[in-house]
Design a protein around this ligand. Sequence first.
Ligand code: 13P
Ligand code: SF4
Length: 305
Amino acid sequence: MRKDLVDKIAGLKQQHNAVILAHNYQHGEVQDLADFAGDSLGLSIKAAETDADVIVFCGVQFMAETAAILSSEKTVLLPEKSAGCPMADMIDAGQLRQLKQQHPDALVVCYVNSTAEVKAESDYCCTSANAVEVVNSLPEDKSVIFVPDRNLGQFVAERTGRDLVLWPGYCTTHVVITVDDIENARAKHPDATVIAHPECTKPVRDVSDELLSTGQMLKFAANSTAKQFIVATETGIIHALKKQNPQAEFFPATTRAICPNMKKITLDKVIASLEDMQYRVTVPDQIRVKAKKALDRMVEVLPVK
Ligand code: 13P
Ligand code: SF4
């Protein structure tokens, strides 16, 4: 990365007492300049714990909103205001209220990839790293609504043996990965271990060796004796996988698995964000307070892996 940019960002961070958080799907150079890069759970915990005054969130809207809910006294900035998540927008608070009316005794678990309004209507939040543990922590006699990702929901239902009420949401990036992609990659790299994200479709999950959040993929690769991995998730994670495991090789299941929203954030936008304190993400108090209860439960439940 250019030294003048690194120096500029360091100066701006000091001036504003700012911390830069980046998701594992960000451009490599954005991950490299961040104070912390990680998965949704790791980033939420960092956002809740940091003593910085300003959090620059290199990710998408729901991630910055989560940081603003967990750390409401801080200034949370999203460097590109149109960086949203199509899955998060697949259910709104009115639709969730209707679902709750159809299942009045059910507890609601919502994936962190959701709007603040949906979190406010939920009992618990989870990420892909701790979804199984969150659902396992609920009383067995309670039925559970899981929104918005039906793929992660099916994965949780399979792992917990519980019959969840699902919503037909999905990640537009992960559903482009096909079984053919995995089989073609396996034909080229027959010794490789296939690591896939639970947001992938069931046929893809069923042919994969391990189902992991992006943070869990990093831990798994570091602890594995395998030397080659086929990676079935957004390709941005391959930057961190290669950097942290220079002895191993990582191949994308497909180069089509790119989240256009995650890729909207560039170094120039991070600089502009710190210079102009833009774009501030806030959540109105009446939503924030309710959503925080569900998120506090999420950051308390640690994944087993
Ligand atoms: P994780 O990094 O928590 O696995 O999240 C995946 C994702 O799709 C984030 O948008
Ligand atoms: Fe949303 Fe999928 Fe992009 Fe994650 S990868 S931000 S779930 S569209």
